[in-house]
Design a protein around this ligand. Structure first.
Ligand code: G3P
Ligand code: MG
Length: 247
């Protein structure tokens, strides 16, 4: 179902929102693992969202700053030795993948939304995306780099303006859409808890796609679909898609 167009152009192309597998497919597989990414694709996700931390300066898939919640390791992901990280179990025998491992696994079957969690990651993310485009044949539009840290996104754009960026908001700043527009983002990523029609209108008027996170309950999925969002982050991609399959 993935269309090789920028998200702002292919959003709702099939009269449904784009489906972003959240942390892979967190409802079915360990988060931020290759098994989770593969599961999201097999469930029909258009995009896969993963969180990115730095380990010894290199980007790896991890939500938290520390290893305890999602692996059998201890300490800060940024500080442990790469060999130590490589030996950890991230659930069901999965390893903590690097960003390039993830790009190779996806192999154009879905878009890749890299959510930057760590300050100072712009340079290495640009490096890996450039590699994917220049060596592996990916298109810039198959990537979407997002972050709550808008300053990090500004650095990504300064280094490589061809990488699409999406501005993440935890709350709703008064100028959320204007600041995303000023940043040159293609999308705003908003919490479903706060979503209201005027927020969608504000973003749309500025040419921004509206993606909402993290929507898992079928009733809530229906509510945000009815509001007309362009994309939904979910731990259960099939819950967004099932309605279209039976229609
Ligand atoms: O990118 C959307 C969503 O993943 C943001 O929140 O905490 O799940 O990374 P979080
Ligand atoms: Mg995330």
């Amino acid at each position: 179902m993935y269309s090789n167009l920028p998200p702002s152009q292919c959003a709702r192309a099939d009269d449904r929102p784009l489906v972003f597998g959240h942390r892979g497919a967190r409802g079915h597989a360990p988060e931020n693992t290759l098994l989770g990414v593969e599961t999201a694709i097999r469930l029909g996700a258009d995009w896969v969202e993963v969180d990115v931390q730095l380990n010894a300066g290199n980007p790896v898939l991890m939500h938290d700053l520390t290893l305890e919640r999602t692996t059998n390791g201890h300490g800060f992901v940024a500080d442990v030795a790469p060999d130590y990280l490589a030996g950890l179990d991230a659930g069901r025998g999965q390893k903590v993948p690097g960003v390039l491992d993830t790009i190779e696994l996806i192999d154009h079957r879905a878009g890749l939304n890299l959510e930057l969690k760590a300050a100072g990651s712009a340079g290495v993310i640009v490096r890996d995306i450039r590699h994917a485009v220049q060596v592996l044949g990916w298109d810039w539009s198959e990537f979407l780099v997002s972050s709550f840290n808008l300053q990090e996104l500004r650095q990504v754009s300064a280094l490589e303006p061809r990488i699409p960026i999406g501005a993440l908001y935890a709350g709703v700043p008064l100028d959320y859409a204007a600041s995303a527009e000023a940043l040159g983002a293609i999308s705003v990523h908003l919490s479903h808890e706060f979503l209201a029609p005027n927020m969608i209108e504000d973003a749309r008027a500025r040419g921004l796609a509206v993606y909402v996170y993290t929507v898992n309950h079928p009733v809530e999925i229906e509510r945000v679909r009815a509001l007309g969002v362009d994309g939904i982050f979910t731990d259960y991609p099939e819950r967004v898609l099932v309605l279209d399959r039976v229609a």
